[in-house]
Design a protein around this ligand. Sequence first.
Ligand code: C6P
Length: 407
Amino acid sequence: MSNWDVEKIRRDFPVLSQKVNGNPLVYLDNAASSQVPNIVIERGSEYLKNEHSNIHRGVHYLSQKATTAYEGAREKVKRFINARDVKECIFVRGCTEGINLVAYGYGRKFVGEGDEIIISAMEHHANIVPWQMLAEEKGCVLRVIPMNQRGELIIDEYEAMLNERTKFVSIVHISNALGTLNPVKQMIESAHKFGVPVLVDAAQSVPHSIIDVQDLDCDFLTFSGHKMFAPTGSGVLYGKQELLETMNPFMGGGDMIRTVTFEKTTYAGLPNKFEAGTPAIASNIGLGAAIDYLNSIDRQSAIAYEHELVEYATEKLSAIEGVKLIGTAREKASVVSFTIENVHPHDIGTILDQQGIAVRAGHHCAQPVMQFFQVPATARASFAFYNTREEVDVLADAVQKVIEVFA
Ligand code: C6P
């Protein structure tokens, strides 16, 4: 294993040192929500203790402090993903809101009857349903890039799908159900040959890879704070300025306007145009602190370490008779999904929980993936850089016991 000092890292995450059902907590549900380090907890509580106020509205001391902290977090986001300008970084409640914002603000304006939108076979519901809603309203067509039995997208079929009717491509970077890492840079390049904008669902990739929106040349990219060591309610939609400027606002209300009369409203400039109402101020300041945390660790080593953990877990689980891995892509990150013959994944989840092991059991909000692999659900262990090799051993032993219980 790499010389990643996991014990030192674990001390930054107080939640990890507790016992669950009499056993040390083994937290392997990071794809759902990752844990929060002290620096984020302390920043959030500092805001609540000493700075709590509304932003952009008050001339008073507290409001100015809160505004400075909130806009400071936006600046951190900009540097973290290498956006050109803070105007391109919209705070949203999470990835779901980011995608809905684009389907509404871009889709409803620029996509019409007979136009085509491309998504993939491994999308989270958040990257299916908003486009279906658009398709129903506008009469456009949703096309789906197929995948193979390993859970890898068939890129040749994607290339063949692009044509002059294609108006938008929206694809997941790392699948939450399978762990597949998709070649999004190449896919963006192909779409751009047809002048088609691309949104990247980076919910699972921001915590497990280094994102550079200029290098990817994506048109939109969105992620949730709670999967990258920040509180729930925080998140980001990145969009190229020229596209965001042409789009309709998503929600109307306070803070997104320039002038309002009963006859007409004019909108604020970016990013405010897309941030109606009072946002999740504490959570987004926490997101800024999570970025500080990620910048303080050696991310390349963290990513390499996580990769080794996933490989080790894959090796240990696939060696157990009766276990079937769902998602065996050659390029993978963070996620190991599996089923056990004759055992419902919910039972796996419950028995593991009795031993203090947190995994997710279910369809992972990716029902079409379950349909493709003809399973009702899977159990999913998802890793972060604070997990250990010993925890993988505990998981594998517990899975072995599940099999014995149901034998
Ligand atoms: N996946 C999981 O357990 P929100 O809920 O808006 O923060 O993120 C939605 C979302 C979108 N895309 C991908 C690839 C995701 O993984 C998720 C959230 C969680 O897998 C909860 S369903």
